[in-house]
Design a protein around this ligand. Structure first.
Ligand SMILES: [Zn+2]
Length: 339
């Protein structure tokens, strides 16, 4: 079993220590930012970060701190010391991982981060598309290891959730969320945050959704902290108007969580004259798509007045984790802030 250290020897770290122990996780060390009188907790040594980084440890680090900014500044210190960042986790992600370690997941088994079930393999999804395979479209077409057999979530849904956990405070903070075309399991997990004021929006009205047209949103200005809009924009003809509306209803320090099928083999392609289902299937890969986003996707979204951060499993997590969690290594999720 991996050696594990908890960063944070205060109340919160100690509580999580007890919980992790009950799951069968072996914690060998506590790390804290500065020297205190406490040298150990229940026999587990407490060291400062300088002492830790000066030693030959290489443990899995579990940052047991709730404030996201403090977590990020601690991560920054590890990064500066060229620590293997695939071994440094925020507490909730670490808990997720250790919950599974506690369940003794066998090598080769898969874990769904959305429903927390393990399985021997995910199931295939997507339709064969000549265009999608020729252009190596990310997030579309047929994939072997895509669907969780328990909750039905897709590879890209799991990646969205992983980024939400790691890069945002949507799962813990008091926030207003608008979720377009809501992916069922992501909706469920966001709603577990009792402080979250959650609005599901879709073009079609049903008992759980508000009917929302992304090019004409009925909410007032600066209303939402988060808007999630995955695999919607490729269906929207008036893209500029949609991004203007999203910007209007999002708070100044809010975050837009955005993804769509992308090819890195060509520039974004759209053409108003391509309007029949047959032609759209041929040129955009699906009969209800109006464009195919290309390698200029970042500049394109920035051009609509956003600051764009790009997250891919291949850059953010170890290959082992990507494989186990069923992420597509090349998957792309964008977190966009209004400018
Ligand atoms: Zn699942």
């Amino acid at each position: 079993m991996e050696k594990v250290a908890i960063y944070g020897a205060g109340d919160f770290g100690q509580k999580l220590y007890g919980f992790l122990k009950s799951l069968g996780c072996q914690i060998e060390l506590f790390i804290q930012s500065s020297k205190t009188d406490i040298n150990d907790y229940e026999g587990v040594p407490v060291v400062t970060i300088e002492e830790y980084l000066g030693g030959e440890y290489g443990f899995f680090i579990f940052i047991a701190i709730q404030n996201r900014n403090v977590v990020n500044s601690i991560k920054g210190i590890f990064e500066q010391h060229h620590y293997d960042m695939s071994r440094v986790f925020c507490w909730n992600i670490f808990l997720e991982e250790n919950y599974f370690i506690g369940k003794k997941i066998l090598p080769g088994q898969k874990i769904c981060n959305l429903c927390r079930h393990s399985c021997d393999s995910f199931l295939p999804s997507g339709h064969e598309s000549r265009l999608f395979s020729e252009l190596k479209v990310i997030g579309g077409g047929y994939r072997e290891n895509a669907v969780c057999p328990y909750c039905g979530s897709l590879d890209r849904n799991r990646w969205v959730f992983r980024v939400l956990q790691e890069k945002t405070d949507i799962l813990s903070s008091k926030c207003k969320v608008l979720h377009f075309a809501p992916e069922e399991m992501i909706r469920k997990r966001i709603k577990e945050n009792a402080n979250c004021d959650y609005y599901a929006g879709d073009i079609v009205l049903n008992t759980e959704n508000h009917q929302v047209d992304v090019t004409d949103i009925q909410f007032k200005d600066n209303f939402f902290d988060y808007i999630l809009i995955n695999h919607v924009m490729e269906h929207v003809a008036d893209e500029r108007k949609a991004f203007r509306e999203l910007k209007r209803v999002l708070k100044e320090n809010g975050t837009l969580v955005l993804s769509f099928p992308i090819t890195l083999e060509a520039e974004t392609f759209e053409n108003e004259e391509i309007s029949s289902e047959e032609d759209r299937l041929r040129y955009f890969g699906q009969k209800d798509h109006v464009r195919l986003y290309g390698k200029d996707f970042k500049e394109r979204i920035e051009g609509f007045g956003w600051r764009v951060s790009v997250y891919s499993p291949g850059k953010e997590v170890s290959m082992q984790e990507a494989e186990r969690s069923g992420f597509l290594p090349e998957d792309i999720l964008l977190l966009c802030r209004p400018i």
